[in-house]
Design a protein around this ligand. Structure first.
Ligand SMILES: C[C@H](CCC(=O)NCCS(=O)(=O)O)[C@H]1CC[C@H]2[C@@H]3[C@H](O)C[C@@H]4C[C@H](O)CC[C@]4(C)[C@H]3C[C@H](O)[C@]12C
Length: 325
């Protein structure tokens, strides 16, 4: 399972948890403006917006899972198993392989408005990167400070939804996730003053937090969608950078997976492998990993963005505990 969340304060933040039973060996990859991107069907792009994100690097190519470009446009791919459906090449369309989608959008578009326009002719193809990598069944959230959209390629064709929640998890399709929120419209951060259940019974306010009783606490995708949306919508924080970064990690912690609670058929456990929070305005990548809870950062502005050489930083995965005595 995975969850992506956006957060707007003075700056715009974009975060995601990557939940899985193993790691593909991801790194923080900075693609500078002159790195030549070779797209299988739409040609080469040798000059583009610089990109920072999480990627598995294969043969010198960044296979991005999530990323933001230097203009503040962000995107993330999340599992959409059983629903994602990609096609063969179609003449007259922009034929983009599933693994090319994030770089293709972030290379070309500086904001969500441009991304919407670009996606008008998209056909996501089932071309694998190589024999080593099966095509990943994903759907995507694409966001900037003005809002978010969800992109799904299903049997019926391409679906592009406005995403007013600014949240994405996994199955079911996005329109069903949004509809399901209706079932939780009574939830509140405040405890209701007057019980609506009955005026004849002696209800007591025996605990704080009663307003959100019924918020689903499990790890299913639909429950994480509701929970992340509720926590995000009720989130309160100061506008400075450290407070916002901390708050976005808190929102994502509300849907994180501790080892042991989600056992798979093969006896393995799904865990939150890493959590990333991008400041999309300042283009800084903040992350934690399952075993390294200290926030670590990579700032794109410290790199030579006019270069043509892909840069990558391995994630720091070991716990860093600060002893105070
Ligand atoms: C497994 C990841 C998604 C995690 C997730 O959504 N988990 C939820 C599980 S579930 O639905 O609830 O069961 C996805 C997100 C991005 C994916 C990677 C990116 O798409 C980049 C390449 C694409 C290649 O085709 C396959 C390898 C790969 C390196 C992908 C491996 C894997 O499918 C990743 C890492």
């Amino acid at each position: 399972m995975c969850t992506a969340v956006t957060y707007k304060k003075d700056d715009f933040y974009f975060g995601r948890t990557l939940d899985y039973e193993f790691s593909y060996g991801e790194e923080i990859a900075v693609t500078p403006r002159n790195y030549p991107f070779r797209f299988r069907e739409t040609g080469d792009i040798s000059n583009h917006y610089a990109i920072i994100g999480t990627a598995h690097i294969a043969d010198g190519y960044p296979l991005y899972y999530d990323a933001v470009n230097e203009k503040g446009l962000a995107a993330a791919g999340l599992n959409f198993v059983g629903n994602a459906h990609y096609r063969e090449k179609i003449n007259g369309m922009d034929n983009v392989a599933q693994f090319e989608l994030i770089p293709w959008i972030l290379c070309k578009c500086q904001n969500l408005c441009e991304a919407r326009k670009l996606l008008e002719k998209i056909n996501i193809t089932n071309t694998p990167f190589s024999d080593k990598f099966p095509v990943a069944e994903l759907h995507w959230i694409i966001s900037d400070k003005t809002g978010s959209i969800t992109l799904e390629s299903v049997k019926d064709g391409i679906k592009i939804y406005d995403n007013p929640a600014g949240v994405l998890t996994n199955n079911p399709p996005f329109d069903m996730q949004m509809f399901n929120l209706n079932n939780y419209r009574n939830l509140s951060a405040k405890t209701p003053e007057i019980p609506t259940f009955s005026s004849a019974l002696p209800f007591s306010e025996y605990s704080r937090g009663l307003g959100a009783l019924g918020l689903p606490g499990d790890l299913s995708s639909q429950s994480r969608f509701v929970r992340a949306t509720f926590v995000k919508e009720n989130s309160v924080c100061e506008p400075d950078e450290n407070s916002c970064v901390s708050q976005v990690f808190h929102i994502m912690d509300s849907v994180a997976q501790p080892r042991g609670c989600c056992e798979l058929k093969n006896g393995e456990y799904e865990i939150t492998v890493y959590t990333v929070c991008y400041n999309a305005d300042k283009v800084i990548y903040y992350y934690t990993t399952y075993d390294n809870r200290q926030i670590t950062a990579v700032d794109i502005n410290r790199e030579n963005l006019n270069s043509d050489a892909l840069l990558h930083y391995p994630m720091k995965t070991g716990e860093q505990i600060l002893f105070q005595n």
